[in-house]
Design a protein around this ligand. Structure first.
Ligand code: NAD
Length: 504
């Protein structure tokens, strides 16, 4: 589906303590739209290399922490200019490496840029600390945030530019130094991002890059000199990281994980908007967003009409070359992703759902799949309507009452995102309050992020640090700082201050 590549393969390197190590070709990153195309070859970092990256970050920490917060923020201003200069090249590399359509990749680069701009902006304002009252008039009291030290940033393949910036940005701004372990599916775009950090002038050791698969991430997470792990990815890996981290004193983990999201279509919904919202939620990024909806919960009065329109629209979607911006979406990220979705399609049939569109492989050299759509009953307790599939696999589920719709929505172990399509402010408010989610949308698809808003979830979807503002809580600790302007010592709560115990 793609023409032979004219791009030279990237020679992958690790970046440790301000030095690019010699390239190695331990593993290849391939274009999922054409598996013959090698985007680059990369080193799988050894345990010793991971340890030296952590040591380099630790060594760089004191000087970076002492650097003015505003100067740290200004480094992000330089980074913003470079991302603007390279937007198209970054989007193209991303499209070739992870298979997302060029328009989505461009939007992701812009989202990364917005995060950089946000970080630059809050450098001069925001959340650094507060002046608070003291019980003693002569005292000034402050709360101040201080960085923890070394932050490990472990990221998924599906947002390989913006998600690392969500975590690297606030961590570095607050004075931490970082070791970045990107997904093994997207090492080239990660390397390019780190090259831009270097060009922007971030000092040696503040940003380090280790590449490779799960064991590299695990070696990083097991390193006791890492203070904070910022993780985004699947629940299985997030759970493992939290378990490993529980054995390390004072380890902080911020984990953003998977979802089993839904669009709820009420009986008063604008019909065309509801169909469009469902299609975008289910199939944008080929269903591989953390917020993708694999459940469309539809009022019973609309279900037959909705199912017909939804299947018809889905049949018109073009899944093809990510570099052709006119395609709706691209391939799955790899063969493993294809096998996983196909196994869930087969499971759905085994579980007795009513198949409306029997999706399957589209052939060729890429990982392309067509949509699999079915109708399921909430009462059947099927696995396919409860587990994250991460592909073009979607259930339409009828409901009778709003209470039932909220109960169906909540009946998963996840709680990431929810969209409701309604014209009624009462219904909107009901679902806003009754559903468990981190991101709620009204008359919108269950996709979309703006960097100044929280982005995270509850239950198995996240542990409460939705980037970027709340992430500051994870990457800093609060200190109290009290200054006496009097000439003698007075204590709060009437505590005696004379040496002999009598009040002074
Ligand atoms: P993944 O969990 O397989 O991998 C994520 C990262 O963890 C990769 O860098 C991987 O190498 C690393 N890793 C694997 N095993 C490890 C271990 N034992 N210790 C440390 N690190 C380890 O996820 P993925 O397939 O790259 O991404 C898809 C998942 O991410 C989906 O579940 C999706 O919902 C989720 N996601 C969530 C959000 C969010 O904000 N909530 C955003 C994007 C993606």
């Amino acid at each position: 589906m793609t023409s032979p590549s004219t791009f030279a393969p990237v020679a992958g390197r690790l970046f440790v303590g301000g030095e690019w190590l010699a390239p190695r070709d331990d593993f290849a990153s391939r274009n999922p739209a054409n598996l013959d195309e090698v985007v680059g070859t990369f080193p799988q970092a050894t345990e010793a290399e991971v340890a030296s990256a952590v040591d380099a970050a630790r060594a760089a920490f004191p000087a970076w922490r002492r650097t003015s917060r505003i100067l740290r923020a200004e480094a992000f201003d330089r980074l913003a200019q470079l991302v603007k200069r390279d937007t198209d090249a970054l989007a193209t590399l991303m499209a070739r490496e992870c298979g997302k359509n060029l328009t989505e990749c461009r939007a992701e680069v812009i989202e990364g840029l917005h995060m950089i701009q946000y970080v630059f902006g809050v450098g001069r304002t925001g959340v650094y600390g507060e002046v608070v009252a003291s019980e003693i008039a002569e005292k000034d009291a402050f709360t101040r945030r201080k960085p923890w030290g070394v932050v490990a940033v472990v990221t998924p393949w599906n947002f390989p530019f913006a998600v690392p910036l969500w975590m690297l940005g606030p961590s570095l701004l607050e004075g931490n130094t970082c070791v970045f372990k990107p997904s093994e599916e997207t090492p080239a775009i990660a390397q390019r991002l780190v090259e831009l950090f270097v060009e922007a002038g971030f000092p040696k050791g503040t940003v380090n890059l280790v590449q490779g698969s799960g064991p590299v991430g695990e070696a990083l997470v097991k390193n006791p000199a890492v203070n904070v792990v910022c993780f985004t990815g699947s629940y299985a890996v997030g759970e493992r990281i939290q378990q490993v981290s529980a054995t390390i004193p004072n380890r902080i983990v911020a984990a953003e994980m998977g979802g089993k999201n839904a669009v709820i279509v009420c009986d008063d919904a604008r019909f065309d908007l509801a169909v469009n919202a469902g299609i975008l939620s289910a199939f944008k990024t080929t269903g591989q967003r953390c917020v993708s909806a694999s459940r469309i919960i539809v009022h019973e009065s609309l279900i037959d009409r909705y199912a017909r329109a939804f299947v018809e629209q889905a049949a018109r979607l073009r899944f093809g070359d990510p570099l052709d911006a006119s395609n709706f979406a691209g391939p799955l990220v790899n063969r493993k992703g294809v096998e996983k979705v196909l196994s869930y399609n087969a499971l759905a049939k085994k579980e007795g759902v009513k198949v409306l569109a029997d999706g399957g492989e589209l052939g060729g050299k890429g990982c392309f799949l067509s949509p699999f759509i079915y109708q399921a009953n909430a009462s059947a307790g099927t696995r396919v309507t409860h587990e994250e599939v991460f592909g073009p696999h979607v259930a339409l589920i009828p409901f009778k009452s709003d209470e039932e719709a909220a109960a169906i929505y909540n009946d998963t172990e996840y709680g990431l995102s929810m969209a409701v399509i309604t014209e009624s402010y009462r219904k909107m408010r009901f679902f806003r309050d009754e559903c468990d989610y981190g991101m709620g949308y009204v008359n919108l698809p269950s996709i979309g992020a703006e960097v100044h808003l929280p982005f995270g979830g509850v239950k198995k979807s996240g542990n409460g640090h939705p980037a970027p503002r709340a992430l500051v809580d994870a990457v800093t600790h609060r200190t109290a700082f009290t200054v006496n302007h009097g000439t003698d010592i007075k204590m709060a709560q009437g505590l005696a201050t004379a040496i002999d115990g009598a009040p002074a």
